[in-house]
Design a binder for this molecule. Structure first.
Ligand code: ARG
Length: 571
């Protein structure tokens, strides 16, 4: 498809010899289309060319050679050059591509580059709670979007299946296991044990020590500890799978923390060789003050057991060798900012190729806050993800019952709407911001929500159904001149931006860019639908509008599915 921005950058490059990519980055999309479709702010060049932006604009305008098939006209406004693209050309290009491309908006930009995404990673024997919602849906969306752009993606569930907490659980189980019915309701019962043993540890230092020793024993392969731990793990994974099924979330690798138990000695050896691994109060640490990080990274605890950080270091070595990654993303909350800063810094000491260090990236995100405040496992006041999704489905069912009681497959639709609402709500907030979770907002069919996107999509499908067309009209039969009005053009410009939007998502690892985009497309369609009658006498005009409706439906569906939502055909 024609790249208008590049075309503009190319012509300016011919005149100024300034790097094309640099020029392209300066190009803006004016808020008001009266100021053109693209604007080039000349003040960026003022310093380089030693002229005022106004003069640069005038000189450029005079010298620019434009192809009228691409750019209709250029105007100067202040220090800006405003470009008005050829609407017919744009319309033709977009619609042709939508017709021809099975995966519209996809591209080969990824070029088989290897991306590893570490996401979800709940901790076994603990509830899969709302705190793991964001990592799961952000990670799953990035996974799909990178793939769509031609990257070779590996999704890893770095399950929390190791660490002192298992020493605690084993101790709790030893002490009171018989009082709890673990096989029937594993996570809830294990959580009860976990809360109780934590309390006991607070009251009695000796118990805490035994817990630590248990974990040490687990690491050393003590049969009883290993057996219990395996049991906890199996039961937990079964429970987690229910949530993954609901969210349609998949992974290529389930190598959790324990997978690295035999891979840590190598890390320690390598670190020792650098001379930077030092003893401190019986533990082995790497001091990072020189690197501007005040807290040292603990590699081995006083009793010789390893840490979360050491396992992550072993994982970096393993992933570099196994996946030869170009980017390794870690999707966790900003509570782990320090952890990843430390780990990425220490990773520089492992003797890896520079490429692997550069590729490490922490994709951090804000908290989900309930109107009642934050929650934590230790106190036990958290919301389980499965319950949250279930509640959303139930609420969606009630809304559908009110709005459209005649609808077929109500249960099926409610599931898509309920789960889609949660996913979209999460992904439409910029990831670094905390998200406040409120039901009225999440399930509002008119707001900037998942159900609104789904509803708009269903609307496009009902238009196509009402038109009773056997087949989508071929683009050859469409009269482009019928789509020159403001509302149609607004949609077409948005559809044009789809691929660019997906690229931006991967550049910033920010799925909210796609979520916001879908809102814009849905709104553009709503205005189009309100202003333009689709079923009209003039069959030529009708055909063109139907085609556009079809195109909007296609993009909404593709985009929403990339976010992990399912789209009901009727709602
Ligand atoms: N299990 C961890 C948690 O629940 C998240 C793991 C993230 N991945 C990693 N490689 N550290 O906080």
């Amino acid at each position: 498809m024609i790249q208008f921005k590049s075309e503009i950058a190319k012509t300016i490059n011919k005149i100024t010899s300034i790097d094309e990519n640099e020029l392209k980055n300066y190009i803006e999309i004016p808020k008001d289309t009266k100021n053109g479709d693209y604007a080039f702010p000349c003040f960026h060049l003022a310093k380089k060319l030693k002229k005022s932006p106004q003069i640069i604009a005038e000189e450029l305008k005079q010298k620019i050679e434009i192809n009228p098939e691409i750019i209709e006209k250029i105007e100067i406004a202040g220090g800006y050059l405003n470009f008005y693209i050829n609407k017919e050309k744009l319309t033709k290009e977009v619609l042709k591509e939508i017709e021809q491309e099975k995966n519209y908006g996809s591209s080969k930009i990824g070029n088989g580059k290897n991306i590893v995404i570490d996401y979800s990673a709940p901790n076994i024997a603990k509830p899969f709670h709302i705190g793991h919602l964001r990592t799961t849906v952000i990670g799953a969306a990035l996974y799909k979007i990178y793939k769509y752009l031609g990257y070779n993606v590996t999704g890893i569930n770095h399950i929390g299946d190791y660490g002192t907490q298992f020493g605690k659980l084993i101790q709790g189980y030893k002490l009171w296991g018989e009082e709890y019915n673990i096989d029937q309701d594993p996570i809830n019962e294990l959580t009860k044990i976990y809360i109780r043993i934590n309390q006991a540890c607070k009251e009695d230092e000796k118990i805490l020590q035994e817990c630590r020793d248990n974990f040490k024993k687990l690491e050393e392969g003590d049969p009883y500890c290993v057996e219990l731990w395996q049991k906890f793990k199996k039961l937990s994974l079964q429970e987690f799978q229910k949530v993954y099924d609901m969210l349609k979330c998949e992974f290529d690798s389930w190598n959790g923390e324990s997978f690295y138990s035999d891979k840590m000695p190598e890390v320690i050896e390598k670190l020792e060789k650098t001379g930077k691994l030092v003893e401190s109060q019986g533990a082995k640490i790497i001091d990072l003050k020189e690197n501007g990080i005040n807290t040292p990274c603990i590699i081995e605890k006083t009793n010789g057991s390893t840490t979360y950080a050491t396992r992550d270091l072993a994982a970096i070595l393993y992933r570099a060798r196994t996946y030869d990654y170009d980017k390794a993303l870690y999707v966790t909350s900003y509570e782990q900012n320090l952890h990843f800063k430390q780990v990425f810094e220490v990773a520089k000491l492992l003797g890896l190729d520079e490429k692997y260090i550069k590729g490490l990236e922490h994709v951090s995100y804000g908290m989900v806050l309930l109107p009642t405040g934050k929650m934590s496992t230790r106190e036990g006041n958290m919301i389980k993800l499965e319950d949250l999704l279930q509640e959303s489905i139930t609420r969606a069912e009630q809304i559908i019952e009110q709005k459209n009681p005649e609808l077929q497959n109500k249960k099926e639709v409610a599931k898509k709407v309920g789960i889609g609402a949660i996913i979209f709500n999460d992904l439409s907030t910029n990831r670094v911001k905390d998200e406040i979770f409120e039901w009225d907002q999440v399930l509002n069919f008119q707001g900037e929500t998942g159900p609104y996107i789904q509803y708009t999509y269903a609307r496009t499908q009902s238009v196509l159904q009402k038109a009773q067309i056997q087949q989508i009209p071929s683009i050859e039969t469409i009269n482009i001149h019928n789509l020159q009005d403001e509302y149609s053009q607004n949609i077409i410009k948005q559809l044009y931006e789809f691929n660019e939007t997906l690229i931006q998502v991967t550049e910033k690892n920010e799925p909210s860019i796609l979520a916001r985009y879908l809102i814009t497309v849905a709104k553009a369609f709503s205005s189009f639908y309100n202003e333009n009658r689709i079923m009209v006498e003039d069959k030529d005009l009708q055909n063109s509008r139907i085609y556009l409706t079809y195109a909007v439906g296609k993009i909404l569906k593709t985009g929403a599915e990339l976010l992990g939502m399912e789209m009901p055909e009727k709602m």
